[in-house]
Design a binder for this molecule. Structure first.
Ligand code: GLU
Ligand code: MG
Length: 447
């Protein structure tokens, strides 16, 4: 929806009191300032809602500046609504929301994550490429109890008893997502306690990242209306399956898929292979953006189907990059990065994935052979011969890899790279020695 009249009509029809101007910061906390609709006219033609520039220096733990971010308590940036994303909130009567690009005067702010993704989409377009994507989320439902939140169920993978218990919540989430234009494709109980998956349809890259914000907001809010807590924290229960947000992507040129060769449904194109090789090459650094919390690294473990090795495979759930295996005779339509979770700011994660992939194309990087079976079962020597590495096992290593990765740093630009790394370093320093319980307690409601 973008015409001014349409927006004003919806505001009237739904008796909207407040429009939330939403942004997602470097720590991936989703935040909003809500404008009273009596004054909305002022914001319809591009006037922005001000936020302190220091917002991009806040770590997940508390509202205080991370050292070395390059940002200070002085300075203001302005959120400008992208009115094409405006929607009434089905779970908060009287409220609507709009997603925003953050501006510094007349120019997109150098620290704005959504503007970063726009830049990477434009870079892909310079290669004649359009990027499509979807975040495939897993999340945990918990019930409050006097001894703290307890898992909603203790069922195993796809056990129907979990669906029976959660059907009212899953139905309400689905209705709320669909009312906001997302298309729910499926649902099933995942392996972990109270764990569910609810994949949504792919979209162009910017819309896919926007959808991820809408998805997280909606799942948490609707679960709360049903007396449950929904959390995207990657590893809540140390010895059980974690919550991934697998990042599915595909490329097109002139509206035609570039994933596989025409008439050869399993033969990836040279460009797709190079794009994937770029992602694998940069993956240790990319993880600082796609699996960026201290907790993320507890999920990335061999034998948990979370993508712990730099390799790819067809239908291989232990490879970081998986080509989902199509039915007989059908083409591969997309590739999935498993090394990704919902503690990632979706604009930064997807933008950095595009930057890594384009680097693979520009440098003509070669993709190795697909791996069949579990890479953890190969000997060290075999993995070494095939160029397969185990990925970083802690946030500190991924931060160090990003600090050395000129391609990703250059794509982010020096200011965003500085504020982003400052936030991650602050989180790593503050949380590296936390007990698991303390860490989960801190993150459970943030994500
Ligand atoms: N829960 C697994 C993860 O941590 C993924 C399981 C699956 O393949 O869907 O990513
Ligand atoms: Mg899953």
């Amino acid at each position: 929806m973008s015409s001014v009249n349409d927006i004003l009509t919806v505001i009237q029809q739904h008796r909207i009191r407040f429009v939330r101007f939403i942004w997602c910061d470097n720590a991936n906390v989703i935040r909003a300032k809500a404008v009273r609709t009596t004054f909305i006219q002022d914001y319809l033609d591009g006037d922005g809602v001000g936020i302190a520039a220091a917002q991009q220096a806040l770590p997940v733990m508390y509202d205080a500046l991370s050292p070395g971010s390059g940002l200070t308590p002085a300075g203001e940036a302005h959120m400008r609504a992208d009115w094409s994303t405006f929607a009434p909130l089905p779970y908060a009567a009287g409220h609507a929301r709009v997603l925003t690009d953050i501006y510094d005067g007349d120019r997109p702010w150098v620290h704005c994550p959504r503007s970063f993704l726009r830049r990477m989409i434009a870079r892909a377009a310079d290669h004649g490429l359009q990027v499509f994507a979807a975040f495939e989320n897993e999340f945990s439902l918990l019930r409050p109890s006097e001894s703290g939140p307890q898992p909603f169920d203790t069922t195993v993978f796809c056990q129907t008893w979990a669906l029976d218990q959660a059907a009212p919540i899953i139905n309400a989430i689905t209705d709320a997502l669909e009312a906001q234009g997302l298309q729910v494709e499926m649902t099933y109980p995942e392996s972990g306690p109270g764990q569910f998956e609810l994949p949504v349809r792919y979209a162009d890259a910017l819309r896919a990242a926007d959808n991820q914000i809408v998805f997280r907001e909606t799942v948490k809010a609707v679960a709360h209306q049903h007396g449950a807590l929904a959390s995207f924290v990657p590893k809540i229960y140390p010895d059980k399956a974690g919550n991934g947000a697998h990042l599915h992507f595909s490329l097109q040129r002139d509206g035609r898929s570039l994933v596989v060769e025409p008439e050869r449904p399993h033969q990836l194109t040279a460009e797709m292979r190079a794009f994937m090789a770029g992602i694998l090459h940069h993956l240790p650094a990319l993880m600082a953006l796609t699996t960026p919390s201290t907790n993320s690294f507890k999920r990335i473990r061999p034998r948990f189907w979370s993508g712990a090795y730099t390799c790819w495979g067809i239908g291989n759930r232990e490879a970081a990059l998986r080509a989902p295996q199509p039915s007989a005779g059908r083409p591969i339509t997309n590739i999935e990065l498993k090394t990704s979770d919902a503690t990632a700011n979706p604009y930064l994660a997807l933008g950095a994935l595009i930057a890594a992939g384009l680097d693979g194309i520009e440098r003509g990087l070669a993709l190795g052979d697909p791996v069949d079976g579990d890479p953890a079962d190969l000997s060290d020597e075999e993995r070494h011969k095939r160029g397969i590495q185990q990925l970083p096992s802690a946030l500190g290593e991924a931060i160090a890899a990003l600090e050395r990765d000129d391609v990703l740093l250059d794509a982010l630009g020096s200011s965003l790279a500085q504020s982003y790394l400052a936030v991650r370093r602050a989180e790593w320093e503050a949380m590296r020695t936390m007990s698991h319980d303390e860490e989960v307690r801190l993150l459970l409601e943030r994500y």
